[in-house]
Design a protein around this ligand. Structure first.
Ligand code: DX5
Ligand code: ZN
Length: 219
């Protein structure tokens, strides 16, 4: 399964409905929402209020990436706001088993993100019940950064483990995805491709979306 998830981080927030409509009509599968608190990452974005507004704009599933401290305190609010996937960071969550189960019990799909410097091995014991593993291909906090090639081997490792052990999680990549890098991530076994600036900072949001979508569906 290959799905395109535009990240609204780089969208024009004064025209969010129009921006989302562009990507929706051009083949986006999921809307990726980057939540940042100025603590876990240096940047601040938005909370459940904006996720709830996005949920009113689109029927597409919402993939909420929590780059915040103590995410477990806010999971319920984001699910009530309409999140279909909730992804927390391995580096932040001490009781990962408890937190993933909490997400599932509240009715969303449970994801875990790992920063570029965090090894796949730190997830060994939760891979059998996680719904999604997000491999950060940039250091989280900002859009428009360069794709870190060495993270491809982590996607490959996760895909090999999936095949070997029969796990069900989807593999997502986030950061620096454009028409050059998307192919490499796809070849490594990735399922969900987050793209922010290569879509929303382009001259033609619809065309950029369709182009990326075609690259993954042809593969
Ligand atoms: C970065 C965010 C990403 C960001 C990606 O911390 O998690 O989702 O929007 O932006 P690009 O695609 O511009 O690297
Ligand atoms: Zn993200």
């Amino acid at each position: 399964m290959k799905l395109l998830a535009p990240s609204i981080l780089s969208a024009d927030f004064s025209n969010l409905e129009r921006e989302i409509r562009y990507v929706e009509l051009a083949g986006a599968d999921i809307i990726h929402c980057d939540v940042m608190d100025g603590k876990f990452v240096p940047n601040i974005t938005f909370g459940p209020l904006v996720v709830s507004a996005v949920n009113k704009i689109t029927e597409l599933p919402l993939d909420v990436h929590l780059m915040i401290e103590n995410p477990e305190l806010h999971i319920d609010a984001f699910i009530k706001a309409g999140a279909d996937y909730i992804t927390v960071h391995q580096e932040e969550v001490i009781h990962l088993d408890r937190t993933l189960n909490m997400i599932k019990e509240l009715g969303a799909k449970a994801g875990v993100a790992i920063n570029p410097a965090t090894p796949v091995e730190t997830l060994g014991e939760i891979l059998h019940f996680a719904d999604l593993i997000l491999v950060m291909s940039v250091n989280p906090g900002f859009g428009g950064q360069k794709f870190l090639d060495y993270t491809l081997s982590k996607i490959k490792k996760l895909n090999d483990l999936k095949i070997e052990k029969g796990y069900n999680f989807l593999i997502e990549v986030d950061g620096g995805i454009n028409k050059q890098t998307i192919q490499k991530a796809s070849d490594a076994g990735c399922n969900i491709f987050v793209a922010g600036s290569s879509i929303f900072s382009s001259d033609n949001v619809s065309a950029a979306t369709t182009e990326l979508k075609n690259l993954i569906t042809q593969n």
